[in-house]
Design a protein around this ligand. Sequence first.
Ligand code: ZN
Length: 91
Amino acid sequence: MKAPKIMKTYCARCKMHKEHAVSLYKKGRERALSAGRRRYTRKESGYGSQPKPIQKRFAKVTKKQSLRLKCNECGHVTVREGIRLKKIEVV
Ligand SMILES: [Zn+2]
């Protein structure tokens, strides 16, 4: 699927339709000291095998892709709900 670089859509802060810059949502860098990461490193440490299985086979061939919309007027950022796609590009 091809997504437009600029999209005119509703901005919740401006409370009207405004032009938005479109980009793909990307997962941020994982924090080393988050509760889950601390728990997992503790579980991993010490004697024994891999504590949790590493997933190797996936049921789905697609990923949910979300669009990040940034208002050109006020800079308010919203993320569109992702839909399952094999490939998406911002043109
Ligand atoms: Zn706005």
